[in-house]
Design a protein around this ligand. Structure first.
Ligand SMILES: [Zn+2]
Length: 192
């Protein structure tokens, strides 16, 4: 019995160390996720929700298996951070590589397998909102923590080796306004 307990403790510790979650984020698990297929994250992708009132509200939508979509994180206007997919798994946020995508996105690798996605709650359906101060502070802190857990993500503009960019980099036809206005340069400066 004691030995079994020891093994169980070891397994629990192992699964904790393998899971990758943001401290303080609300955990609202989405079923719309899967294995990374042995890949590690190299790109952080910023999205805008193009509608919706709160992070909890958007995360509730990601719980619907019929929706077939998710993101690792949703950050509300009030700075609330909700996590719906563990970083060790692939979220379903970046499915489609469209004509005009940056050159490193090819059909050889599913973008979801190599990315971590943050959805920024933007109530306007054209994503024209800028972030609130609370939201910006939360996103910048979250990005810093994501990169410390996933050092393969480079701290600057995305290129073929990794980095940070918007959804438009992958889907420039259907998602050219995702995330809409976002202070990328300011984020990069904050990560230095
Ligand atoms: Zn998007």
């Amino acid at each position: 019995m004691q030995r079994l307990f020891g093994v169980l403790c070891l397994l629990a510790a192992l699964s904790l160390s393998l899971s990758q979650r943001e401290p303080g984020a609300k955990w609202v698990e989405s079923p719309n996720s899967g294995s990374r297929n042995g890949k590690t994250p190299k790109w952080l992708i910023i999205h805008g929700t193009a509608g919706g009132a709160s992070a909890e509200n958007i995360a509730a939508g990601f719980k619907d298996p019929k929706a077939q979509v998710s993101a690792h994180y949703v950050v509300g206007r009030d700075g609330t951070v909700v996590q719906t997919v563990d970083e060790k798994n692939a979220a379903w946020a970046n499915g489609r590589i469209e004509a005009g995508a940056d050159s490193w996105w090819t059909s050889a690798v599913n973008p979801n397998h190599v990315t971590i996605s943050i959805e920024i709650v933007k109530p306007k359906t054209d994503n024209s909102d800028t972030m609130s101060d609370a939201q910006k502070n939360a996103v910048f802190k979250l990005a810093k923590n994501i990169i410390s857990r996933n050092p393969g993500i480079l701290k600057g503009w995305a290129n073929a080796s990794g980095g940070i960019t918007g959804h438009y980099s992958i889907s420039p036809q259907s998602r050219k306004n995702c995330p809409g206005p976002f202070p990328f340069e300011e984020l990069f400066a904050s990560l230095k």
